[in-house]
Every structure is written in structure tokens, then in C-alpha cells.
Design a protein. Structure first.
Length: 393
């Protein structure tokens, strides 16, 4: 009996210690103890972390979207003296952005601006919450329940330990994340690897109908945006730039019509919202194949690209240029952009229909041709009609 009591006492003390350490260290910054600085580390559950921070703290500019938005808009490094939070996460979907917007709209104080980076593959049919969003505000889990869950669980204990070590060593880096070291190495090899992986693991293994924009998701996004603008928040939607080689790959795989359809759907949506809430929402296109989108891909490791990390991610240099043309243009009235974007809605009287896809060429077009050829067998196996379409091109 005595042994049992000792064991139970030890268990209670150990559990109390775990809860106390989680509360004091507070690796995600949800308890606001302020003893240790919230910091970034590999494996942090961003679909829990980012919504918690945005919903419990106030920022003037909040960014949503996928890894392109996350890596491209790092404005806090530019000394712009504005309050920003980049809440985008890798693989972010249009549905997740819609849910996020609706949650932000419920706050007592909403941001001045919400900026959503639009990515073609984030609006595929049925693409809603990623598995890692389970147990987050995006899956309608109450904030109090999430806060309590951070006091327990092995993943949270690991976060405590990592945060504790980094704080002791003075190596704290506040979230949101910055691009993890991909500016080093051979750009051409990274381009090749990224394009090949994307073609082989994604594009080549699906029926092209899987990339028709999901109107239900777009309608959900419309509701989320309407909720936000009704609270006085302005919303800017930006079709994120990708390197011309990625646009060429989309074209060669016969998906350009779906790409343009998505843009048209957004233009219609924004024109509808503008009828009820004028001058609070805009759609900008930074994916025309011109200028720096066709930046040459160097062969030498010592050479670095200025505007792209790889075929799918643009650098903060490009991101600042986009920001000063769009949601920050009132602060930079005389700014001379390095790449001029196109405002599509609601100002255009006629909807935007098509870009010059033939201009989407680069100095690695030969690589695109090889990738398309090497993935043809898989496409033919999955969808004969699509195979014949691509073979004719």
C-alpha cells in the first residue's frame, strides 16, 4: 500500500511538473507567460500555431496561403514599420484560407488587411483540410481545448524541450518561418528536381478533371471574404508568381484552361462582393510570363537567382515589389516596380480570359520536354484521352 501511495504521489508530481513547464515555457506563445520567447523549430504544428497567434493577437496585415506566400512575403525584414504576421503554411489550401478568414472575422479587432496568395493547385476538387489541421481552429476545435492540449502530449513536450534549449542558447527566431536555406546550391539542379518531382508525383498521376476549380471551395472562400470585409477588413488576393518553367510545365500537361478558369471564377466572385462592399477587395495577377518570371536559371553553384528560390517559390525581393504595388501602394505612391502586376478585379469591365502561354519559355525548356515525355506512360495508363491530347502538342 505504501509503495502504491509513493508511486501515485510521484506520478502526480511528475504530471504537475510537465504541466507547469509547458505553461511557463509556452513554446507556441498561447499562454502569454512571456518567460521564454516563442521560437521556430522543425516540426512545429503550424496549422495550430498560426491560427492561435492570429486569433489571440492583433496585427495590421495578415498573410494566408501556401509555401509561396510563406516564403515570399517576409516584410518584417524590410523595416517597413508595419505590423505583419505571415500565417501561411506549406500546402495551404483554398478551403483552409476560407476557414481562417471566417475565424478572423469573429475577432473583436480584425486586421486592416488580409492578403491571400492564390495558387492553382490549392483549389482542386475535394481539397479541403490537410490532416495536420485536425485539432486546430480550422477544424472548429475550441481555443480553450487547444490551449489545454499544449500542456500535454509528447509532441508538445518535445516543443518545450526545443524551445527551452534555444532560449538558453540565445538562438530564438520568431515565427513565421523563413525559407530554410534553399538559397544555396545549384539552382538548375534544384529546378530540375522540383519540376520532375511535381510532374511525377502530382500532375502525371491524375485525371486532368481533378484540376477543375472546385466551385464549392470558391463559394466557401467567398463567404469567408464577405465575413471579413463586413467587419471593415480589406482583402487583397494575389495570383502568386511562379517561374516561367513551372507555367510551361502546366501548359505542356494541358492544364492551362483550368488555370484560366480559376482566375475567371475569382474575378466573378470579387465583382459580386464588390457590389455589396465596394473598394475593399482586389484581385492582382503576378503570373504573366514576362520579365523576371523568365529569369535565367544559372548552371554554376556560385551563381544565385535574384527573384526565385526554385521554380515554385519567389524570393522576398519579389514579395516586397508585389506588396508596394498592391496593399501598400498608398504608402509608396512613387514606387517604380521591377515587375508590373495586373489588377484584374473589380476594376476591369471585362473579365480576364487568357494570358500569352507561349511566352512562358525559359532556358530550361528542354528539361520540360523531357519531363513531359518521361511521364507520358503514366498519363496514358491513367487517362487515354489526356494522353492523346498531350501527344498532339
Amino acid at each position: 500500500m505504501r509503495f502504491i501511495l509513493l508511486f501515485l504521489s510521484f506520478s502526480v508530481l511528475a504530471a504537475s511538473g510537465v504541466v507547469a513547464s509547458s505553461f511557463i515555457i509556452d513554446p507556441y506563445g498561447v499562454w502569454k507567460t512571456g518567460v521564454f520567447a516563442p521560437t521556430q523549430f522543425r516540426g512545429i504544428p503550424v496549422r495550430i500555431y498560426h491560427p492561435m497567434r492570429v486569433l489571440t493577437e492583433d496585427y495590421d496585415y495578415v498573410f494566408l496561403g501556401s509555401s509561396r506566400t510563406r516564403e515570399g512575403y517576409i516584410l518584417h525584414r524590410e523595416n517597413m514599420r508595419i505590423s505583419t504576421y505571415n500565417a501561411a503554411f506549406s500546402g495551404g489550401t483554398g478551403y483552409e484560407a476560407a476557414k481562417f478568414m471566417s475565424l478572423i472575422a469573429e475577432k473583436f479587432t480584425t486586421p486592416k488587411y488580409v492578403i491571400l496568395g492564390i495558387d492553382f493547385f490549392g483549389f482542386a476538387p475535394g481539397l479541403k483540410l490537410r490532416p495536420s489541421a485536425e485539432g486546430s481552429p480550422l477544424s472548429n476545435t475550441p481555443l480553450w481545448q487547444i490551449k489545454l492540449s499544449t500542456l500535454f502530449g509528447h509532441e508538445h513536450l518535445r516543443a518545450n524541450l526545443k524551445s527551452f534549449k534555444k532560449n538558453l542558447k540565445g538562438k530564438t527566431k520568431p515565427l513565421p518561418f523563413e525559407f530554410p536555406g534553399y538559397i544555396f546550391g545549384n539552382h538548375k539542379e534544384r529546378m530540375k528536381a522540383g519540376l520532375r518531382s511535381h510532374a511525377e508525383n502530382h500532375l502525371s498521376k491524375f485525371d486532368p478533371s481533378n484540376y477543375e476549380p472546385d466551385k464549392e471551395i470558391i463559394e466557401t472562400l467567398k463567404d469567408g471574404i464577405s465575413n471579413l470585409v463586413s467587419r471593415g477588413t480589406k482583402v487583397t488576393l494575389i495570383i502568386n508568381p511562379v517561374h516561367a518553367s513551372r507555367m510551361r510545365l502546366i501548359q505542356k500537361l494541358g492544364l492551362q484552361e483550368h488555370y484560366e478558369t480559376l482566375i475567371q471564377e475569382f474575378a466573378v466572385m470579387i465583382n459580386d462582393i464588390d457590389q455589396d462592399f465596394p473598394d475593399v477587395i482586389e484581385l492582382w495577377d503576378f503570373a504573366e510570363c514576362k520579365g523576371i518570371l523568365r529569369e535565367s536559371v544559372p548552371d554554376e553553384k556560385s551563381q544565385k537567382m535574384t527573384y526565385f528560390y526554385d521554380s515554385n517559390h519567389f524570393t522576398p525581393t519579389f514579395g516586397v515589389d508585389i506588396a508596394k504595388q498592391t496593399f501598400l501602394r498608398d504608402q509608396y505612391p512613387n514606387y517604380n516596380p521591377i515587375y508590373i502586376g495586373k489588377k484584374l478585379a473589380p476594376s476591369l469591365q471585362k473579365l480576364y480570359f487568357s494570358r500569352n502561354w507561349d511566352a512562358c519559355n525559359s532556358n530550361i525548356d528542354d528539361l520540360i520536354a523531357i519531363i513531359v515525355k518521361n511521364t507520358a506512360d503514366q498519363r496514358c495508363e491513367d487517362n487515354l484521352k489526356w494522353c492523346k491530347l498531350i501527344t498532339k502538342k
